[in-house]
Design a protein around this ligand. Structure first.
Ligand code: ADP
Length: 462
């Protein structure tokens, strides 16, 4: 699995996957911080001429930039060597924050100890670190920060290390005021912990929500696959039922034929009429069963695509419709951009597709009408257009004709037989090949169906 071109780490939630990006953002900000420190020293020392220890402060600024360069290279290497382990990322984040605490405590020391305004940067750094660390690591880091500040104050208070006094801007004598130092430490350290608590609990809630969303997404995906499976099983079942129904129905139809033709002895006119009605219903049932089976076959049978000559397929269907075409004296014209016209496709589906369209054109076109079928091939696309001068489709029916069992009123009165399953099959097959059927029609003038199929010689979606 890949995410934004990177490998996904199994079992890591997206918020954690974002860790590397956050670490990189941290690094970017640190370039600014390092530059900012250097600029601030220059402004205070050289521009404002305030008595700050310029050399050690410049040194710290330089060090920040140096260790940041190390982290930058390391993060780049990590990204390149995906998949990275989450533990390595967490270690990198912890290391950076620890380095920052050290740099910050030295800056605080050289800019006036607990009197230094720089000390407030600890708070915003604590908040920031909760974005990249686990709640436990955040509390540990805040403890480290608090310890550093406490140790520095104690060392300065007991003059183990000299207090740097910046006369002119800072009070300068608060560091050895025990009441001030202890109350400052109390409020400052508690602020650090409260900040950690507030931000890490918000982040934690967000992480929890994200986990819930991911579980929900997984559940939904699983449910969808189950539905797909049960749908396929149902289709398979109905397909088998249609298969089983066909044989007895065909037998009934032919036996009825024998009765009607008089092979079993003479029939009364009334008996004959009744039997003809039964035969008509049986034929309709057989058509329905055939259409249902064809539709399901297109859905479930995954035939291997072969090099198929569409000219041969279509001419074969033309042959099978010859009687109907001749009976109605229709002018049926086929035109191909080339012959043979090879495509990598599935024979069963192509036969079904062209049979349904051509059969409809023949059925819904009155005597002496015209039907034209054009097939052209451009690279991996096959363009098809089939037009007739038939009864047309009323505008209000146009959006419905691809629905199962739908038949327009004018079609029903022209052709009693029909199941309304032909066009849904056509639409499904065209969709399998990445196309969409367009239909234009005018009542009494004719209908044109057109679509493209993505079935080049080398590729096939079937
Ligand atoms: P059937 O032809 O069995 O009714 P189809 O699914 O093939 O079912 O077609 C659905 C409906 O679309 C038809 O009943 C008819 O109203 C309309 N139709 C399809 N093809 C044509 C056509 N060439 N000319 C006019 N109407 C058509």
């Amino acid at each position: 699995m890949r995410l934004n071109g990177r490998e996904e780490v199994p079992g890591v939630i997206p918020l954690e996957k974002e860790l590397i990006s956050r670490i990189e953002l941290f690094i970017k900000l640190r370039w600014l911080a390092g530059g900012g420190v250097t600029a601030a020293i220059w402004t205070t020392g050289s521009l404002l001429h305030l008595p700050i220890p310029v050399v050690p402060l410049y040194l710290i600024g330089g060090l920040i930039l140096l260790y940041n360069a190390f982290f930058w290279i390391y993060a780049r290497k990590l990204r390149a060597a995906a998949p990275y382990s989450h533990a390595v990322l967490a270690r990198l984040a912890n290391l950076q924050i620890m380095a920052d605490w050290l740099a910050l405590i030295f800056i605080v020391h050289f800019s006036g100890g607990i009197e230094s305004p720089v000390i407030f940067y600890f708070i915003f750094h604590v908040i920031f670190s909760t974005f990249v660390l686990s709640p436990r690591a955040s509390y540990l880091q805040s403890t480290l920060a608090a310890l550093l500040i406490i140790v520095l104050s104690i060392l300065e208070y007991h003059q183990v290390i000299p207090h740097v006094s910046i006369s002119g801007i800072l009070a300068g004598d608060l560091y050895d005021n025990s009441l001030y130092v202890s109350s400052f430490l109390f409020f400052f350290v508690s602020t650090l912990y409260i900040s950690t608590y507030l931000t890490s609990s918000i982040i934690n809630k967000l992480r929890g929500r994200e986990k819930e969303l991911i579980t929900l997404k997984d559940d939904l995906e699983e449910a969808y696959h189950k539905l797909e499976k049960s749908d396929a099983a149902k289709s398979q079942f109905v397909f088998m039922v249609t298969h089983e129904l066909r044989r007895p129905l065909s037998a009934i139809e032919s036996i009825l034929g024998l009765f009607i033709e008089g092979y079993t002895g003479g029939l009364l006119e009334k008996q004959k009429r009744l039997l003809q009605r039964i035969e008509y219903r049986t034929t309709w049932l057989l058509t329905l069963v055939r259409d249902l089976r064809d539709g399901l076959r297109a859905e479930i049978k995954k035939e291997k695509p072969i090099q198929l000559d569409l000219v041969t397929v279509i001419e074969k269907i033309q042959d099978s419709l010859r009687r109907e075409v001749e009976d109605k004296a229709l002018d049926l014209r086929l035109s191909f951009s080339q012959s043979p016209l090879f495509v990598r496709s599935d024979k069963g589906k192509m036969e079904l597709l062209f049979f349904n369209l051509m059969n409809n054109a023949v059925r819904y076109t009155p005597t002496r009408g015209k039907i034209s079928l054009k097939v052209s091939k451009e690279d991996s696309l096959v363009r098809i257009q089939i037009s007739d001068t038939g009864i047309g489709i009323p505008e209000q029916d146009l959006s419905m004709i691809f629905e199962e069992f739908y038949r327009a009123k004018n079609a029903r009165s022209m052709e009693r037989e029909g199941t309304g399953l032909g066009l849904p099959i056509v639409r499904r097959i065209v969709e399998i090949y990445g196309g969409q059927v367009a239909v234009k029609s005018q009542v009494g003038k004719g209908t044109t169906f057109s679509f493209d199929l993505a079935i080049g010689e080398e590729t096939s979606n079937a």
